[in-house]
Structures are given as C-alpha cells and as structure tokens.
Design a protein around this ligand. Structure first.
Ligand SMILES: [Zn+2]
Ligand SMILES: [Zn+2]
Length: 194
C-alpha cells in the first residue's frame, strides 16, 4: 500500500536527525534513548501499550547510499491469552536493521526506506518488526489449559474440574437391553450347569 507522503514531525521521538552523518560515508553515531511507544505497535490481541517506554539502542552509520540503522528496541508487551483470556505481561526485544537511502537514490521502496531530507522515521520499521515478532495466537503459558467449554471455568485454576455427564435416555434403554440379554444368558448357563 502506498501511503500518501507526509512530512516527518521532528518532535516525534521516533524521528531521528542524521544531518551530521549525511554524505559522510564512515561517519557513525550511537543513539541510546527511551521513547514513548506510538499507538498500534502490535496486533489486536497483543502489543506494546501506547505511551509505554521503549528503549532504543541504535547505531547509525553513514554509507554511500544513505544511512544504515542497526540495533535493538526493547519494550513491554501486554496481551490476552487466546485460550483462557488471562493477561499476558512480557517484554519484547527486536533487532532493527534498515538502510535509509538518500531521497535521490534509485533504490525502490521495497529495497529500502528513504530519508526525508536529513530525517529518518523509525516508526514503520518498529511496527513491522514488532508485528513479525509477536505471536498471532498468544498464550499465557505454552500448556495453558484454557476454559471449560461448558461453563467457562478457568481450567488452569481448577485442573480437576469436570461435569457429571447427564445420562442420555437412549443409552439407558440400550443398557437395559444389554442387561436383559446377559440375564437370559446367565439363566441359560445356569441351566446347563445343572
Ligand atoms: Zn491462558
Ligand atoms: Zn465446566
């Protein structure tokens, strides 16, 4: 999908200025900072809560085509277990590696992100990386027992939970029949034993 071009907001925590690196291949800058997570950093059932602290530990390197960004982003994740609906509280660490090419580069959008003037926007990068990292079917524990299909009780809390199976009248009738047959047989065998 092609997003309409918008100019980047310098005040955004996730927009970094690279002017001291631009067009100086070999120049390098370390960025260690804490930023507030933007909205929708994740999927519906699990993600980084908006406004929570994400730690960035990045290395910005000037290369011939642009600026190469490598490093890690670490943040809290909150979600809901798809089996028992219990809360999931965890952390996610993602590896970041992206080349931001100069605006006049021939590279296509599939190949690289693009610098906007001297600015790079980490937000789309983080969003893609985090979505890839998160499970689509998050579980509170790999062996989560889930909820009872009949009454919704959490089976992690009550592993012994069962329901009395109500007798099905058709089975009861069959059992009576079987019982009747056995009785007949018993009578017959008793007869032969005599
Ligand atoms: Zn669960
Ligand atoms: Zn139940």
């Amino acid at each position: 999908m092609n997003m309409p071009h918008r100019s980047l907001d310098r005040r955004s925590d996730l927009v970094l200025d690279t002017h001291e690196l631009a067009r100086r291949p070999g120049a390098m800058k370390l960025v260690r900072t804490s930023v507030a997570a933007p909205t929708e950093l994740g999927i519906a059932v699990i993600g980084v809560p908006p406004g929570s602290v994400v730690q960035l530990d990045l290395r910005l390197e000037s290369v011939v085509e642009g600026v190469l960004v490598t490093g890690t982003a670490i943040g809290p994740i909150r979600g809901e277990c798809v089996r028992c609906l219990g809360a999931i509280v965890d952390r996610v660490e993602i590896d970041v590696q992206e080349l931001f090419v100069y605006p006049d580069s021939e590279a296509t959008e599939d190949e690289a992100s693009r610098l906007d003037g001297d600015l790079i926007d980490l937000e789309p990068l983080l969003r893609d990386a985090i979505v890839l990292e998160l499970p689509f079917q998050p579980l509170c524990a790999p062996d989560c027992a889930g909820l009872c299909a009949d009454c919704g009780v959490n089976l992690n809390d009550q592993p012994e939970h069962t329901h009395e199976i109500p007798p099905d009248p058709r089975w009861a009738a069959l059992r009576r029949l079987e019982g009747g047959d056995r009785q007949t047989y018993d009578v017959a065998s008793n007869f032969h034993n005599r």
